[in-house]
Design a protein around this ligand. Structure first.
Ligand code: 4AD
Ligand code: MG
Length: 443
């Protein structure tokens, strides 16, 4: 039953002249009553299969003729190298079995013309049919790129002896401010879906010292932009005894490692979706400059962007700022007023916090947010009170400081955002199988 031969291997010449069995789905089908041309796809590639009534007999031929787009097939034949065939090979069919058919009264809804007018899967029709859209080559490529991004993040941290660590998703308090909290009923009480793993990771920081995760985070984001989801995948890390600058080294390290990994593992997929590989090589090979928030504000103001000192930078501002960046840039030292209580105040100037955002070029904007944490008990209590946040849900967090606090910090990287930026997608929805936003939880 298990499949032994993959179409990509056939196309690479591993089975020339052999009689083999392929298993896959019909991507395209055409022909006459005497000869059929079926493009078969599997998860690796496509191949044209040629079947003649004379050689396979009436029964097999009729079965193949009735196999509509996305019918699943087991198909035997002889591999024929042929430069004119797409991919360089075709299969001269000897027998066919339809495993799962498609009824003529309900043809596969995602037609090539629906795809062409969709420009990256953005029509409501394609989003409604997301479960079927996953089978298109564009989405298959995106999902493979995504898988390599996840693999690269794990390998970056594991190679440096970080421990993978899991935090709860039901929580009692906000991490990133109350306005994007999802409230859920919890046995007569209220709980929230977590916005970040961070606070519970800080609790384990004295136990593990170097820890990371890749997990979903939740934000009740009403804004529907090309880079916001309500459920997104968040790669976060936390390190004991680390400064803002040392944490930025890891942010740069992991992003460059991801770009390098994609070039090694996913050159074909990136080419197929039309991504410029030179850009990825540039992001893999060059250091990422660091600039202070104040400099970014001055730059924006000199470009006549309406922005005031003290504001956090939203997408519209980051877009302008990053349009001319050649590589990602860190912005550091945001004003204290723009950031949540956990950010450590800069001892050299109390207006600022020791934090960073990493902004991706090509007008993409923020992909990482992180920094040093407020780590003494006295300072964390002062910051919590100053922001008017109740102490009670954060008692466990305060305890981390009460018992042997140490300087530490970390960051969160939006994995879907990195996939979207590095693949050159128009919209973050293109890189996640079932995107969730303020208007959609289905399919
Ligand atoms: O900047 P944020 O809000 O930082 C935190 O959550 C920190 N607690 C992380 C930490 O230090 N451990 O979010 C981090 C990153 C952003 O830079 C962005 O890439 C991504 O998470 N992100 C989103 N991605 C998709 N959709 C959303 N709604 C996102 N919100 C944040
Ligand atoms: Mg942020």
């Amino acid at each position: 039953m298990a499949k032994e031969i993959w179409i990509a291997d056939v196309q690479s010449g591993a089975h020339d002249g052999d009689e083999i069995e392929l298993k896959g789905w019909v991507k395209r089908t055409r022909g006459s009553n005497k000869i059929r041309f079926v493009v078969l796809r599997d998860s690796t590639a496509t191949i044209q299969c040629v079947a003649k009534r004379d050689s396979i007999g009436d029964e097999s031929f009729e079965e193949l003729k009735g196999a509509l787009i996305e019918a699943s097939l087991e198909i035997r034949g002889i591999v024929n190298p042929d430069d004119r065939a797409p991919g360089g090979h075709e299969l001269i069919v000897t027998s066919v079995r339809v495993v799962g058919g498609v009824r003529p009264d309900s043809p596969f809804p995602i037609t090539e013309s629906a795809m062409e007018s969709a420009d990256g899967g953005e029509t409501e029709f394609l989003l409604d049919n997301r479960h079927l859209y996953l089978r298109t080559s564009r989405m298959t490529n995106m999902l493979k790129i995504r898988s390599s991004v996840f693999g690269a993040i794990h390998s970056y941290f594991r190679d440096l002896d970080f421990t993978e660590y899991q935090a709860p998703n039901f929580v009692a308090g906000a991490v990133e401010g109350g306005s994007t909290l999802f409230e859920v009923p919890y046995f007569g009480k209220k709980a929230y879906l977590t916005q970040s793993w961070q606070l519970y990771a800080e609790a384990a920081m004295p136990a593990l010292e170097r820890l990371y995760t890749i997990a979903p985070s939740f934000r009740a984001e009403k804004s529907r932009t090309r880079r916001h989801l309500t459920e997104f995948w968040h790669a976060e890390m936390e390190v004991a005894w680390a400064s803002n600058s040392e944490i930025m080294n890891h942010g740069e390290g992991v992003v460059r490692h991801i770009a390098k990994r994609l070039l090694n593992e996913r050159e074909n997929e990136l080419n197929e979706i039309g991504r410029d590989l030179d850009l990825l090589a540039r992001y893999a090979d060059n250091p990422y400059p660091r600039m202070r928030y104040d400099e970014a504000i001055e730059t924006l103001q000199s470009m006549n962007v309406d922005v005031e000192w003290g504001q956090d930078l939203d997408y519209s501002k980051e877009k302008v700022l990053t349009q001319d960046f050649d590589v990602p840039h860190f912005l550091t030292h945001y004003p204290k007023v723009a950031k949540p209580f956990y950010h450590r105040v800069d001892p050299d100037d109390e207006k600022y916090v020791l934090c960073h955002d990493l902004l991706a070029p090509e007008g993409y904007g923020e992909i990482i947010g992180g920094g040093e944490r407020t780590w003494s008990e006295e300072e964390i209590l002062a910051r919590i009170d100053e922001e008017g946040v109740p102490r009670e849900p954060y008692q466990f967090y305060i305890d981390t400081r009460t018992y042997g606090g140490v300087p530490h910090g970390g960051f969160g990287l939006g994995v879907d955002r990195v996939c979207s930026w590095l693949s050159g997608a128009e919209h973050i929805r293109e890189v996640i199988p079932f995107p969730r936003d303020s208007r959609r939880v289905t399919p």
